[in-house]
Design a protein around this ligand. Structure first.
Ligand code: ZN
Length: 80
């Protein structure tokens, strides 16, 4: 599996595995924004994986915050 970001807890930054850029925090929206503006091919791949994941994790919609949390978990699941 592709690893997109590495989160560093000590500095609260996520490092892009593709170009090494550092993004503050680990907000999935920010990470996706980076992929979309810098690595369109990676963003497309991520979207596909995310769509498949969403199909199996649609147990109750609690709004944007919940959705972002789920996306965040998806992003960091690739670390393992
Ligand atoms: Zn990057």
């Amino acid at each position: 599996m592709h690893k997109y970001f590495e989160y560093e807890m000590s500095s609260d930054k996520s490092k892009c595995s593709t170009c090494g850029a550092q993004i503050k925090g680990r907000n999935a929206t920010n990470l996706l924004h980076h992929l979309r503006s810098k690595h369109k091919d990676v963003a497309e791949e991520f979207k596909k994986v995310e769509a498949e994941r969403k199909g199996s994790t649609t147990s109750g919609d609690r709004g944007t915050e919940h959705t972002i949390q789920v996306q965040c978990n998806v992003v960091f699941a690739f670390q393992r």
